[in-house]
Design a protein around this ligand. Structure first.
Ligand code: AMP
Ligand code: GLY
Length: 416
């Protein structure tokens, strides 16, 4: 099978790594990719937001499957263009990707499907905003309605800051604050059958102890030793299946990856958000534990044959990933700094620890930073403590001037 992956982050590197280990793969392509992905896939240039260009590239490469990684191309309808060209694609239509593209749309679907989520108001004027903030009280949760690369949400007890964020957005969703730990649960679906993956936890804040601003994600781990063993089944029954059924009922079936961001609150599990694609960095740890070869699973979702798939097989190992970010991330990051120590990780720590690239590119013989999140250093171990130790040992070998990473990824769950 020939597969083309669209995207250039650590998530796409994780997808390409798993696909490269799949015996069914005869050719693996990625566009646009990055310096790390180039080691496992042949890179091609394409405007990832241009559906016609992606479909044309897939046709030229005779791809049997296109996997669209990030949300922006999905919301822009790239999967539709590939599907119209007669090529199987893993990823929802533009209409179905509105589950991620519009928080207000997602709330509407959840209400129709009876999915538990935070109570909320959609507001477009300052008066509506003031009223909604007053109704819920502090801490305030203000979400930009549209896509914002994980940075559109402000959670604050400062009323003026909440109002200022709302004023900077065209349309916002204001909702009740959800307490309790967060879980990311992904499911692969063909629009009818829903196959949940293993849960993971993401660390969204920039600094240790969950301090600092929200980011795209600074690390993740799986499994969750503290979670109720029945959690996956509960989310399947009360969130994933009802949502997939409701999307089909509306005539906009959702196929691809449905990402449920959940809060385990004192009053039960609630959906914080949906995403229409694999999460980053959670994918790095979930795929590290998946034993079933990936290509056949993604192709079955694309072709509508998930019901025939054997149950997924999982490793007993734990996995941890630590994101190494540029100086000043999540603000405007500094880029172009050389990254060293990658060879040492490959020589000393593989195969249990490895470096997945996000914002990197080649500059002559060097690999240099090219984005906010630069690397996602991933490791497996018999338990979380072992995986953590390996991940941080590898992080310590890497040198990137001005870089930052959290030192407490999976610490509490590992009992560290
Ligand atoms: P979102 O983009 O909707 O996932 O929000 C980003 C992050 O903001 C989430 O991962 C949570 O940490 C936080 N957040 C979002 N909604 C809420 C909420 N209703 N209550 C508490 N925290 C929230
Ligand atoms: N890890 C958060 C996200 O992928 O949106």
């Amino acid at each position: 099978m020939k597969v083309l992956v669209i995207g250039s982050g650590a998530r796409e590197h994780a997808l390409c790594r798993s696909l490269s280990l799949d015996p069914d793969i005869t050719a693996l392509y990625c566009a646009p990719g990055n310096a790390g992905i180039a080691e496992v896939a042949e890179l091609h240039q394409v405007d990832a937001l241009d559906g016609k260009a992606v479909a044309a590239l897939a046709g030229d490469l005779e791809a049997d499957l296109v996997v669209v990684g990030p949300e922006a191309p999905l919301v822009a309808g790239v999967a539709d263009a590939v599907r119209e060209a007669g090529i199987p694609v893993f990823g929802p239509s533009g209409e179905a990707a509105q589950l991620e593209g519009s928080k207000a749309f997602a709330k509407d679907v959840m209400a129709a499907a009876g999915v538990p989520t935070a109570r909320s108001y959609v507001c477009t004027t300052a008066a509506e905003v003031a009223e909604a903030l007053d109704a819920f009280g502090a801490p305030y949760v203000v979400k930009d309605d549209g896509l914002a690369a994980g940075k559109g949400v402000v959670v604050t007890s400062d009323l003026d800051a909440a109002k200022a964020h709302a004023a900077a957005c065209e349309r916002v969703v204001i909702e009740e604050f959800l307490d309790g730990p967060e879980v990311s649960l992904f499911a692969i679906t063909d629009g009818r059958t829903v196959v949940p993956l293993q849960p993971a936890q993401d660390f969204k804040r920039a600094l240790d102890g969950d301090e600092g601003p929200n980011t795209g994600g600074m690390g993740a781990y799986s499994p969750l030793p503290w979670a109720d063993p029945k959690l996956v089944e509960e989310v399947l029954q009360t969130v994933l299946r009802p949502t997939v059924d409701e999307m089909r009922r509306r005539g906009t079936p959702f196929s691809g990856l449905l990402y449920a961001g959940l809060a385990i609150t004192s009053r039960g599990m609630r959906v914080i958000e949906f995403n229409a694609r694999f999460g980053d960095p959670e994918t790095q740890v979930v795929l590290a534990r998946l034993r079933t070869p990936l290509a056949g699973v993604l192709l079955a979702a694309a072709n509508g044959t998930l019901a025939d798939l054997e149950p997924l097989r999982w490793s007993e190992d734990a996995a941890v990933t630590v994101v190494v970010a540029s100086h000043n991330y999540p603000g405007t990051p500094r880029t172009g700094d050389p990254i060293t120590g990658l060879d040492e990780v490959a020589a000393e720590d593989a195969p249990h620890a490895y470096v997945l690239h996000a914002g990197t590119k080649r500059d002559g013989d060097a690999v240099v930073s090219a984005g906010g999140r630069v690397l996602s250093v991933t490791a497996t171990g018999e338990d979380l403590a072992g995986a953590r130790e390996r991940a941080y040992r590898a992080v310590d070998r890497i040198r990137l001037d001005g870089s930052q990473h959290r030192t407490d990824i999976a610490a509490r769950a590992a009992g560290a």
